[in-house]
Design a binder for this molecule. Structure first.
Ligand SMILES: [Zn+2]
Length: 579
């Protein structure tokens, strides 16, 4: 967002202001506009405007006038006053905030369909894209089958991994004609992608430039210390904008929002961080970033927790966007500092599993801050997939773009597709990508799928039904996907260590919602402690980008050969279920 344009002034249009004033004035009183109302009086105080008329340059770009809540208003959402400013595009018809709130905000109950609210909402995120959700599931699957045939034909021509894989298995991919046939193709595992990510890039020189040009590289966890790249061409970036617009539409992010990106600034570009801007662009919203995270590099650009609180205040952020435990940390600090978080209406969290109790804890913090809303949306997603969207809190996760990805629940051993409602491993097939392309990619998470219309909003298409359980051997620590074997491999090489053990736990055992903490318990000679601490820290950060806390213990506390057959090197003491 632009400097000097605090996000509090989101209300648009003199029309909306006139309506509000007209409603408030006494019966029979002259309209303020006809007797030099507040706008003229304010302008008249400006030096150099003796006739009381604002200068033309300021007329459309006046600084926002921040409204103050009357004490009686505090806590009452319906009566809150909305800061307004004169809109630079006054000819456009803008909704009043109260109209937007009643029409768009997803609540715990049923929400209105986007086409129903078109009368008021001119938000970009509400423009025509909803047609797909009016089709029947059969019509959607027919469209997906058509896209699948085209995608597989491209892979057969220019995807090194699948060309080799299908040829070895003797599969004629041209015989895969629809989604039912797709079950005949083998699953792709995360380990296969990690082992050779370059082989998953589509290479078709005959495609137009925008389908080939590399737009961005996102990184997900790797089999070694190096993370795995996922390549997006311009075509894929546009597809993600398209998907994000749907996510915004489904989950109620709109162009009047100011998103505070609280994701950490990591060593390799992480999807959640980079895509926060794409999501904001797609919704037409403003965005600012707090840049937290473990410091690295020589430029000193990381910022402390206090700065995140400051950013939310100064930009009047409406949506907090980040890893659940960090978002909570920001809210707790804001409560301590008595910060003004009255603009915040929603937390959009992703990056680690959260429980209903944790999300209720976030709502408690929002209430304590007298926030404008207490919505908490759990954005299940991944670097390979992008985000799914909840149409209301605590509901299933809609596939926002059935045109570009197909999901199935499979038996991870056999690859057999399971029936709707059965729990198994989620697998994704890209239907319209040009960079990294995945077919029947087993996500590693256990869930179910529903393909009936959503009971909350009526949208068709598929929905992921929780609880989602991370079924792979990868774990999330502070929002980073950590590969324990890469970490243990790195720590195993530190000289002078007698025993070591990695423990993932909550920072505060008494507080189940506190941040993750990675502790390395180590046994070594007392004289070596300082050197070994430094080495373990360096190797951990290099291997998994997480800075550990180090505890010195006796060797037998980790491994007592008299009692155990082998040492337990990695212990995760948290619950990892997303419900
Ligand atoms: Zn829904």
């Amino acid at each position: 967002m632009h400097a000097g344009e605090p996000g509090g002034a989101r209300g648009c249009g003199a029309r909306g202001r006139q309506r509000g004033q007209a409603a408030a004035r006494a019966p029979g009183a002259a309209h303020p506009r006809h007797r030099g109302g507040p706008v003229r009086r304010r302008a008249a105080r400006r030096p150099g405007q003796p006739d009381g008329r604002p200068a033309p340059a300021l007329r459309h770009h006046a600084r926002p006038v921040r409204a103050r809540r009357a004490p009686a208003d505090r806590g009452g959402h319906a009566q809150r006053r909305v800061p307004r400013r004169r809109c630079p595009a006054r000819r456009l018809r803008h909704p009043r905030r109260d109209q937007l709130d009643s029409e768009v905000v997803p609540a715990r109950g049923r929400v209105e369909r986007p086409r129903d609210r078109g009368k008021f909402c001119r938000s970009i995120s509400a423009l025509p894209q909803t047609v797909i959700f009016d089709l029947s599931i059969n019509q959607i699957e027919e469209l997906q089958s058509e896209r699948l045939r085209a995608m597989l034909a491209m892979c057969a021509r220019g995807h090194p991994f699948y060309r080799r894989r299908w040829s070895e298995a003797g599969i004629d991919v041209a015989s895969i004609r629809d989604l039912a046939d797709l079950e005949r193709l083998p699953l792709t595992t995360k380990q296969e992608l990690m082992a050779d990510p370059e082989a998953f890039r589509l290479r078709l020189p005959e495609l137009p430039l925008y389908e080939r040009a590399l737009w961005e590289v996102l990184y997900t966890t790797g089999s070694t210390a190096d993370p795995t790249p996922v390549y997006n061409t311009t075509h894929d970036y546009h597809a993600y904008l398209f998907q994000s617009r749907r996510v915004a539409e489904i989950s109620g992010i709109r162009e009047t929002d100011v998103i505070a990106n609280l994701f950490p600034l990591t060593q390799a570009p992480m999807g959640a961080f980079l895509r926060s801007t794409t999501n904001a662009y797609a919704a037409g919203a403003a965005i600012c970033a707090a840049l937290p995270g473990a410091a690295h590099g020589a430029f000193g650009v990381h910022r402390p927790l206090e700065y995140a609180v400051h950013m939310v205040q100064v930009h009047r952020a409406t949506v907090l966007w980040g890893v659940p435990s960090f978002v909570r940390r920001v809210l707790l600090r804001a409560i301590d500092e008595k910060a003004d978080f009255t603009s915040v209406r929603m937390c959009a969290i992703t990056g680690e599993a959260s429980t209903p109790a944790f999300r209720e804890e976030l709502r408690r913090c929002l209430r304590a801050l007298n926030a404008a809303g207490t919505g908490v949306f759990d954005r299940y997603g991944s670097t390979e997939l992008g985000a799914f969207a909840q149409c209301r809190e605590e509901s299933d996760w809609h596939n926002p773009a059935p045109e570009i990805q197909y999901h199935e629940i499979v038996d991870p051993q056999t690859g057999r597709r399971l029936r709707d409602g059965e729990r198994g491993m989620l697998a994704v097939t890209h239907l319209d990508r040009r960079g990294t392309v995945l077919v029947r990619f087993a996500m590693g998470d256990i869930a179910a799928i529903a393909r009936s219309p959503c009971p909350a909003c009526g949208r068709t298409g598929d929905r992921i039904v929780g609880p989602i359980v991370r079924g792979s051997d990868l774990v999330k620590v502070k929002g980073m996907l950590v590969n324990p074997s890469a970490l243990l491999g790195a720590l195993g090489g530190v000289q002078g260590v007698e025993e070591f053990q990695v423990v993932i736990r909550r920072e505060n055992d008494a507080d189940p919602y506190s941040m993750d903490e990675m502790v390395v318990r180590v046994a070594c000679a007392p004289g070596l402690r300082a050197v070994i601490e430094q080495q373990i820290t360096e190797k951990s950060v290099a291997a998994v980008q997480v800075r550990p806390r180090i505890e010195h213990v006796e060797a037998k506390e980790i491994y007592d050969p008299g009692r155990e057959t082998k040492a337990t090197r990695f212990v995760d003491r948290r619950s990892v279920t997303r419900t």
